[in-house]
Design a protein around this ligand. Structure first.
Ligand SMILES: [Zn+2]
Length: 444
């Protein structure tokens, strides 16, 4: 957070400090950017409990170009709350989607490895749900249409919904019909009138980003044919705890899903959570299959199995999060101690990974001031500056040119791959520092 900002006493939104150089018009604008909900987005209960307090962050993926370097990027809360009624883990501070996704540059095909993942996904769905060629398959949050292209290749009719209008236009131009609107109940009614009911509706890594979950679930209920199946994939709360991937909490991820609240949410509109598969992406995800009670899929016991696991792990109990918070605090102190010592010795520190998770990590660990620059091979990030701290992003070749004393591996889930690729840096006397899931220092 830059100087000149203060936190509101009731909702903790950031405002310009009185007498600071920020104008009152900024203050008005700030109020409209963020709002806090006081009820659960799944069951509307107001019995929400703070289970994991995180440091506020700027918009995590808003890596700025040079002409925005003077801009203060305020931080907003990302505290994790749990609904004591249904068990949905959620953040309650919601940034206006127009602001949050204003600089949205993510296009599926640019993300390495996803094409193969989606091809296997489409084949799995067609087989498991016994989908006949010519059936309508819809994808919500369809991006550039990569998943639908796989379904189309399997002989299905396809339709995408993508709220980023420019991406929707590109997808349509490339042969995947895509509606450039935000999905909600009324749009579902219009789609049924124009295209009929859907045999399959998918949503991948977007469902957790939706504030009005109930409007989505109503809309899905409208879209589905009598033998329709809704399939969505999202990172899993239990894995977030087990695998220490707390850096998956950021403003876009409004909910961290788990089985119990999802089952209740769909049951509230008469749909049934029938089966679940584990998926290795995103630090541990689940693929949920939802249908009408008379639907085509057989129950396989996977839902009950996971429900029992969730209970035994205690993922709906506050104490579990107290332990988690303490463990993460311990890792933070270890990392900070190391970085402070490095700073004292005038060592240079490069951070590997200019990603959205890196923003949560840098802010929660309060280590922005100890990092000199970031390196990342994603060209879309190079030449930009990190959210808030404005650390410059360089290609990873910079670690050979600038020879930092330490490379702090912010993208720690990819630590093994990164370190293998850069053995030469170690050979030249470099040192990797990995903060999670255990603090590690790696040198020759
Ligand atoms: Zn709830």
């Amino acid at each position: 957070m830059g100087a000149g900002w203060q936190r509101c006493c009731c909702c903790r939104t950031l405002y310009p400090e009185p007498g600071s150089t920020n104008q009152s018009s900024d203050r008005k604008a700030m109020k409209q950017i963020i709002h806090r909900r006081t009820d659960c987005r799944a069951c509307a209960s107001e019995d929400l409990e703070l289970v994991f307090a995180l440091k506020p962050t700027p918009i995590g993926d808003d890596y700025v170009s040079q002409d925005r370097l003077d801009e203060i990027q305020p931080s907003y809360p990302i505290d994790l709350f749990m609904c004591k009624q249904c068990g949905l883990a959620q953040i309650t501070d919601i940034i206006d989607p127009d602001v949050l996704y204003g600089n949205y540059i993510y296009v599926t095909q640019s993300s390495f490895g996803l094409n193969t993942h989606f091809q296997a996904y489409a084949e799995n769905v067609v087989q498991r749900c016994k989908v006949a060629p010519g059936s309508l398959v819809m994808d919500l949050g369809s991006n550039d249409g990569t998943l639908l292209r796989s379904f189309k290749g399997l002989g299905m009719k396809v339709l995408g919904v993508e709220f980023a209008a420019h991406i929707a236009e590109q997808a349509t131009a490339s042969g995947i019909e895509t509606i450039g609107k935000f999905f909600e109940r009324d749009l579902a009614t219009q789609i049924v009138a124009s295209h009929g009911h859907s045999r399959i509706v998918t949503a991948n890594n977007v469902f957790a980003n939706i504030d009005d979950l109930r409007s989505w679930v109503d809309g899905i209920n409208v879209l589905l044919a009598a033998d329709g199946v809704f399939i969505f994939e999202s990172y899993y709360l239990a894995d977030l705890i087990d695998n220490m991937v707390f850096d998956f909490i950021y403003h876009e991820h409004l909910s961290s899903f788990s089985v119990k609240p999802m089952q209740a949410l769909f049951a509230s509109v008469g749909l049934e959570l029938t089966a679940i598969e584990r998926v290795a992406t995103k630090g541990g995800s689940l693929r949920y299959f939802v249908q009408r009670p008379s639907g085509p899929m057989q129950k396989d016991g996977s839902v009950e199995k996971l429900l029992a696991e969730e209970e035994s792990k205690g993922i709906y109990r506050k104490e579990t999060y107290d332990t988690y918070t303490a463990k993460i605090e311990g890792l933070k102190q270890q990392t900070l101690q190391f970085l402070k010592q490095a700073k004292k010795e005038n060592k240079t520190v490069a951070g590997f990974g200019a990603s959205i998770t890196g923003t949560t990590l840098i802010y929660h660990f309060e280590m922005g001031e100890y990092i000199d620059y970031l390196v990342d091979d994603n060209q879309a990030k190079q030449g930009r500056y990190s959210p808030g701290w404005h650390l410059p992003v360089l290609p990873s070749s910079a670690i050979y040119e600038r020879k930092p004393d330490y490379v702090l591996v912010l993208a720690w889930r990819f630590a093994e791959t990164f370190m293998q690729k850069h053995q030469e840096y170690l050979d030249q006397g470099g040192c990797f520092v990995v903060p999670l899931p255990e603090f590690k220092i790696i040198k020759k």
